[in-house]
Design a protein around this ligand. Structure first.
Ligand SMILES: Nc1ncnc2c1ncn2[C@@H]1O[C@H](COP(=O)(O)OP(=O)(O)OP(=O)(O)O)[C@@H](O)[C@H]1O
Ligand SMILES: [Zn+2]
Ligand SMILES: [Zn+2]
Length: 770
């Protein structure tokens, strides 16, 4: 008798283990990864098979050995789909659920086709099975048949003649003909019965943008030539090739400055994988998944490239998913979730800009694609390539400490051009000398020179709008927590400063405690205000300003359009938030300005300095990529801060020498692992009480279950205390770097009863602590 372990598609933590069902003999097509309909209690539920086993019915102990009571075993009612994932996919879902303490069914869903799965829907009185609304779509195509040559339509048969004439030039879709000629179904039938035409149904790949159409879609790509590799690139390929041959799940970091040709390394590594009949998954940050990026991959691999990102419709994503599963697409270029597509014989995973926060999902399951990819390649004997000009400290740390992580350095740009020179502008000094504009004199001068020369400038406004802090405009002082070394958040209400890590509170000082200046101001300006001031600075120059922020890029395709607008205008300034730091590759950008390098630096988050360093390096990398030399200007109130000095001199080791001892001392990653437990709800009191209670529970569990070196910080309000009408508290847990955080905390969260008023979520290895 066949038994199946089934994970139910019901999001309750108490249902977080697999249930065993009998697979009736007639269900020969039941496989791991299939959706099935099963009886559950007094209803029907959908589940996914994660394991199949045989049991010998003749053996009286067989069932009890598995802890099963044969009289209570129920059978699968129906197999609803083909297999969506293999055994390893099933294991990966299990791993995700344990590692990130997330409901199993939410992890399983990562592996199912976008929109293409059956669901149970409650009608109000009973549960009804809904088959997928998204699935493959066919187009009907018509072409001339064998009887076409001798065919002469009657004079009155106008439509018959029109159809035959139209097809003389080649086959057409029925939909196109119908658009031209109106209703033609009966005419088509007549013609096809006579053998004058032939009709065929063919799978249609739903509309991606021009140049983005998938495998079997359009073939409008330009083949790109392979350049001669730089020595760094060749070395990187060799290290990747060696890892691929060993097939033991190793990781290679391509640590290459901006413009060093990392993408070319990826392309050639993929080529090697394809030659061995292995598939490749390439993850890029959502924001850099532009038609240009896709075109670079299509240019080399043509139709075998599938694309996956969240701006595509479900139908489009379904089609791409299906192409991958069928083996027609052997390369996927996609955002985070593309990691879970069913690529047969996966040999290579590439994660570009591996330091990017967007690889961490901010809803359950809160996985980090980089860490999951490392797990996945180990299990599959594949290779993971990470690329960045500013690798995360965790990744650098792993390369340093582990034998199966390798690092290859590309120290120079592929075209041999120097990195642009970076000038740091001390805004406190500017202010002190009476210049009150948010554009320093140097930056203003450089902007005007750039425009006059008919070239382009990129200005970045560092913006994390919500968290505000106090800043002394004369000396740059920002009040910090005495015990956490993160900046204190300013609360208008009560005029207080609060540490959102430990709860430390103090009153807003009347004057700057450092220099006595009364100019202690709340910090932060929006892009619109900067745009207005910029327009004043550029008045009369005729320079075109393109603003790119969350507001101007919300519409579909807006991001792309704005970039094209910038590219096509001559002298122009692109003003934008962090989103412009990545992937821009315009030859005539000769000036990059960072208007405020600081907002990020002073966020109450231990990664602030790391992010600031990375952001300046990345944005500096946008200048002088081609013939014209570039320059970079960084405005800051903390010209002395290590992150900024190090970024300005492209000196990562200087930054790390300053940052790592702090991380070690204050117990932050990579020296410890963290978990952030979020508690939120509409009722402020209930949230606070629940958070305090939970923190006691966690403390007890940690004391009883965990080894040495764990700590649980007291429950505290989050930096974003109120979000969308809810109150938010959190509890920070720290554990020694090698410890299994989830193993200790998992049981506690699994047995927690859901509450109507207060929500609880846990974020293991959090990226954002706000
Ligand atoms: N070996 C090579 N010889 C000449 N040009 C090259 C070579 N490799 C790459 N290039 C070119 O150098 C430019 C930068 O390459 P690429 O975009 O791959 O760099 P990158 O390291 O990914 O940069 P970034 O981190 O800034 O995105 C591209 O125009 C690319 O075509
Ligand atoms: Zn001051
Ligand atoms: Zn503190």
């Amino acid at each position: 008798m066949r038994l199946a372990s089934v994970i139910l598609d019901i999001p309750t933590q108490s249902l977080d283990s697999a249930y065993t069902y009998v697979v009736p003999d007639e269900f020969v097509d039941a496989e791991v990864g299939c959706a099935v309909l099963v009886p559950f209690g007094n209803r029907q539920a959908i589940g996914y098979i994660v394991e199949l086993s045989q049991i010998d019915e003749g053996d009286p102990f067989a069932f009890s050995a598995l802890g099963l009571d044969p009289s209570k075993l129920r059978s699968i009612g129906r197999v609803l789909s083909h297999s969506y994932f293999d055994e390893l996919g099933a294991r990966c879902a299990q791993y995700l659920s344990e590692e990130y303490i997330a409901p199993l069914c939410s992890c399983i869903r990562l592996f199912t086709p976008p929109g293409g799965v059956p669901r149970m829907v409650h009608t109000g009185t009973y549960w009804r099975l809904e088959e997928p609304s998204i699935g493959p779509v066919d187009d009907r195509w018509v072409r001339l048949g064998p009887a076409a040559s001798g065919f002469a339509p009657k004079k009155t048969a106008v439509k018959q003649k029109a159809i035959v004439d139209a097809l003389a030039a080649g086959e057409l879709r029925v939909a196109e003909l119908t658009m031209e000629l109106g209703s033609i179904s009966s005419v088509l039938k007549t013609l096809s019965d006579k053998g004058v035409i032939e009709i065929e149904s063919r799978r249609r790949m739903r509309g991606l943008c021009e140049g983005e159409a998938g495998a079997a879609g359009s073939t409008s790509f330009v083949a790109s030539a392979k350049p001669e590799l730089t020595s760094g690139q060749a070395e990187a390929l060799k290290v990747i090739g060696d890892a691929q041959r060993r097939a033991s799940g190793e990781v290679v970091l391509v640590d290459g400055v901006t413009g060093s040709g990392k993408t070319e390394v990826y392309l050639q590594a993929i080529e090697d994988a394809l030659a061995r009949d292995e598939g490749a998954i390439v993850l890029v940050p959502e924001i850099s998944l532009t038609p240009q990026t896709v075109a670079r991959f299509r240019g080399r691999f043509g139709d075998t490239v599938a694309v996956m990102h969240s701006r595509m419709s479900q139908g489009e994503r379904y089609d791409q998913w299906d192409l991958i599963r069928s083996g027609a697409a052997r390369v996927v270029v996609g955002a985070r979730s593309a990691l879970f597509t069913p690529m047969p014989r996966l040999g290579l995973v590439i994660i570009d800009e591996e330091h990017e926060g967007s690889y961490k999902q901010d809803s359950s399951p809160r996985y980090n694609a980089r860490d999951v990819a490392a797990w996945m390649v180990r299990e599959r004997g594949a290779t993971l390539v990470l690329g960045s000009a500013t690798p995360s400290i965790e990744t650098l740390f792993n390369c340093d400490k582990r034998d199966d992580w390798h690092r290859v350095v590309l120290a120079e740009r592929a075209n041999g051009k120097p990195m642009p020179e970076v000038t740091v502008i001390d805004m406190a000094r500017e202010f002190g000398s009476g210049h009150r504009s948010m554009f320093s004199r140097k930056l203003t001068k450089a902007l005007l020179e750039t425009i006059e020369a008919g070239q382009k400038a990129v200005l970045m406004l560092n913006q994390r709008g919500f968290a505000s802090f106090l800043l002394c405009r004369e000396c740059g002082f920002v009040p910090e927590c005495p015990s956490c070394s993160t900046s204190l958040t300013y609360h208008e209400k009560g005029s207080t400063l609060v540490c959102h890590h430990c709860g430390h509170r103090e009153a807003v000082p009347p004057v700057c405690p450092e220099c006595g200046s009364p100019y202690l101001k709340k910090f932060g300006a929006g892009t619109q205000r900067v745009e207005a001031e910029l327009a004043g600075v550029l008045e009369g120059t005729g320079a075109h300003i393109v603003r790119m922020d969350a507001d101007t890029t919300s519409a579909k395709g807006a991001h792309q359009r704005l970039l094209e607008e910038f590219a096509s205008s001559g002298a122009a300034v692109l003003l934008g938030t962090q989103m412009i730091a990545k992937g821009l590759d315009f030859d005539d950008v000769t000036l990059v300005g960072v208007i405020n390098a600081d907002t990020m630096l002073k966020l109450p988050d231990f990664r602030s300095a790391e992010r600031t360093f990375a952001l300046i390096e990345q944005v500096a990398g946008r200048a002088g990529r081609a013939e014209l030399p570039g320059r970079v200007m960084v405005q800051t109130y903390w010209a002395d801060s290590c992150a900024i000095r190090a970024a300005a001199t492209y000196d990562r080791s200087l930054f790390l020498r300053d940052e790592l001892p702090k991380r070690r001392l204050l117990k932050y990653p990579p020296y410890v692992r963290m978990a952030n437990v979020l508690v939120w709800g509409k009722d402020e009191r209930a949230v606070e009480e629940a958070a305090r209670e939970l923190s006691r529970e966690i403390e007890r569990t940690v004391r009883e279950q965990a080894g040495d070196g764990w700590s649980v910080l007291p429950a505290n309000p989050c930096t974003l205390t109120r979000l969308r009408g809810t109150y938010r508290w959190h509890i920070v847990v720290k554990a020694p770097a090698g410890d299994d955080v989830s193993a200790v905390l998992l049981p506690l969260f699994r047995k927690r009863k859901a509450s109507k008023t207060v929500n609880v979520a846990i974020d293991v290895d959090p990226h954002d602590m706000l």
